[in-house]
Design a protein around this ligand. Sequence first.
Ligand SMILES: *[C@@H]1O[C@H](CO)[C@@H](O)[C@H](O)[C@H]1NC(C)=O
Ligand SMILES: *[C@@H]1O[C@H](CO)[C@@H](O)[C@H](O)[C@H]1NC(C)=O
Ligand SMILES: *[C@@H]1O[C@H](CO)[C@@H](O)[C@H](O)[C@H]1NC(C)=O
Length: 327
Amino acid sequence: MSFFWEALQRVALVCCTLGIALTFRVNPPQDFEIVDPGYLGYLCLQWKPPLFLDNFKECTVEYELKYRNFGSKIWKTIITTNLYYKDGFDLNKGVEAKIHTLLPQQCTNESTVRSLWSEATYWTPPQGNVETKIQDMDCVYYNWLYLFCSWKPGMDVPLDTNYNLFYWYDGLDHPMQCDDYMTINGQNTGCSFPSLKSPDYKDFYICVNGSSRSTAIRPSYFIFQLQNIVKPLPPDYVSLTLKDSNEVILKWSVPAGPIPAACFIYEVLVTEDDTTRVSTTIENEMCITRKSNKSNQVCFLVKSKVNIYCSETGIWSEWSEEQCWRG
Ligand SMILES: *[C@@H]1O[C@H](CO)[C@@H](O)[C@H](O)[C@H]1NC(C)=O
Ligand SMILES: *[C@@H]1O[C@H](CO)[C@@H](O)[C@H](O)[C@H]1NC(C)=O
Ligand SMILES: *[C@@H]1O[C@H](CO)[C@@H](O)[C@H](O)[C@H]1NC(C)=O
């Protein structure tokens, strides 16, 4: 078959030089596979060039790669001239990928030529029953400094079950185990992470697996970007001054810590006698007009969150202390 194919390509080349119309064909990449280097979800998709590329020495062959987690409706598509591609996947599910060779227009003098697809799949060997997975995983990156995760044990697990947390991000040589667990009755239910070196704006991978003498425990995988789970401190200095009988100026300090002032959004809750209004701002002061110059009391509270210029999402801080003016 491949001899035949090679022969055909030779014919094609001859035809081409004779100016005879013909269609080019190209083989799919060889040995396409999905390799798990043990980074808790960061996988490598790799392949080798197709057979019989010699006829296209003059041109750069491209590959169109499509991949997704099982159950996802959308394929991610990458066009590359490399022989590998790396990305993060949710290892709670399997992964499927396909790739074909592309001969760009300039190689064929006609439209782009595509090979058939090569396909590959990957999943971590299934282990334990779904009920043995941890529940309610919750991770918060306090003040963009201190990461803490907590969870509850699986629904139906033997008493001797214990869980372990492993994490990895680009910058660590290998996955690390948590070395400061929070425990309840001797069972690990949370992890205080050590101080981490540049862990933000990249995928942060976590696996919580476990063991018991009597049954296998199903691991759970998570991927976060830490800047998206920041919970800042509330502004710690708040003040309220009456500008005149109608206007009130509210001011607060930028929360202490490493988060730049430009990264905050604030929510302000103003209570005037019995009425309450809420507004948001990225400034750290606000001028409000009293609803009535007869009101007896104006109070406000403020809380902070990382804004859309610095993260996709975030967690609101606690409320600040309340400040009031009383007439
Ligand atoms: C591509 O087509 C043009 C015009 O048909 C021709 O002049 C040129 O030699 C062709 N190039 C190749 C590489 O076949
Ligand atoms: C838990 O995951 C880590 C990291 O992948 C692995 O080294 C360890 O063997 C796993 N433990 C169990 C009990 O599966
Ligand atoms: C209070 O408001 C009323 C009507 O809105 C106005 O007539 C009055 O002058 C105000 N009083 C003061 C002290 O500004």
